[in-house]
Design a protein around this ligand. Structure first.
Ligand SMILES: NC(=O)c1ccc[n+]([C@@H]2O[C@H](COP(=O)([O-])OP(=O)(O)OC[C@H]3O[C@@H](n4cnc5c(N)ncnc54)[C@H](OP(=O)(O)O)[C@@H]3O)[C@@H](O)[C@H]2O)c1
Length: 282
């Protein structure tokens, strides 16, 4: 695989940055370089020489998407823009790598596999589900469904490290269950699918290991970072009581890793990923 044939879209995001670290010779564009909601700009973009498009761009503010402006942005970036990309991708015989989320499901199944019917609860989830349907219209597509993404930028681990450092003892939800996904793991999975030429389609990708609640994960963060702060369990209902504009969230986010496992990809345990991440960030 020649890196110069890769185009990374959404290069400033958590995943976009990790992709650039893995593929330093790839072409990478942020939203100033290519606003994918602008159909004319997408059509006029120079696609020559591109064989693989990795779309790491998204509107990712789950609660923001519940506001009138956020709803518009979520649908534009997560759905309409994916439709915009499918045209040049088709015309130029480009492979499309697109990223999806556990939020396309309602979280009633203990573990989600790739063939589960879409059942989003929130505007963000619905807009991402629409994006999946559009991306899957391209024959040569990989849709990677992932959950609880942690990379360079603002994320849950960073927030908790900040609270830990300040000596705050947080109350954290204990009834949302899932697994973290480090961007390093996502990038490894993307590279694996592309280099092994795995069959096109949808694949779940997260770190492996026991599913855990956000409260359990916070305890693990504090343990690894050497903070003695305590963590109090709370329910999603209790945590959000009285707060307005909060999106409904799936309670069970664990994604089955059997399908990508069958292609020979072995995920790293999230606790190992967390330890490596905290050591790098400190
Ligand atoms: N974060 C999570 O917990 C999570 C969980 C499951 C799945 N995912 C999925 O994983 C993927 C990567 O997420 P992430 O956490 O890396 O996202 P992120 O850090 O929020 O980055 C998203 C990027 O998309 C870019 N973008 C937004 N609108 C754009 C537009 N119109 N044109 C071009 N670029 C645009 C943004 O660029 P600017 O900064 O220039 O605006 C931003 O850099 C997304 O598909 C997301 O839905 C994320």
């Amino acid at each position: 695989m020649n890196q110069s044939e890769i185009l990374i879209i959404g290069s400033n995001g958590q995943l976009g940055k990790a992709l650039q670290a893995k593929y330093p010779d790839a072409r990478a564009v942020d939203s100033d370089g290519l606003d994918i909601t602008d159909k004319q700009a997408v059509d006029a973009f120079d696609w020559s020489g591109t064989k693989i498009v990795i779309n790491a761009a998204a509107y990712t503010s789950v609660d923001g998407a519940e506001t009138p402006e956020g709803r518009l942005s979520a649908w534009r970036v997560n759905a309409e823009a994916v439709g915009n990309l499918t045209h040049p991708v088709w015309r130029n015989n480009i492979r499309l790598v697109h990223i999806s989320t556990d939020y396309v499901f309602d979280g009633t199944q203990e573990e989600h596999n790739e063939s589960e019917d879409l059942s989003p609860l929130s505007v963000y989830g619905a807009s991402k589900a629409a994006g999946d349907l559009l991306a899957s219209q391209v024959d040569s597509h990989y849709i990677l469904r992932t959950s609880w993404v942690i990379g360079k930028g603002k994320n849950f681990v960073q927030t908790m490290l900040g609270l830990g450092e300040k000596g705050i003892n947080p109350s954290v939800v204990s009834d949302q269950i899932g697994r973290l996904t480090f961007t390093s793991e996502l990038v490894k999975a993307i590279d694996h699918l592309l280099t092994t030429k795995a069959p096109f389609g949808t694949y779940n990708v997260t770190n492996s290991g026991d599913s855990a609640s956000w409260a359990d994960i916070t305890r693990e963060i504090f343990k690894i970072a050497g903070y003695e702060n305590s963590v109090t369990d709370t329910s999603t209902e209790e945590y959000y009581r009285g707060k307005e504009g909060v999106a409904p969230r799936p309670l069970q986010s664990t994604l089955s890793l059997d399908k990508i496992g069958s292609t020979g990809f072995i995920s790293t345990d999230w606790k190992t990923g967390l330890k490596n991440y905290i050591e790098e960030e400190k």
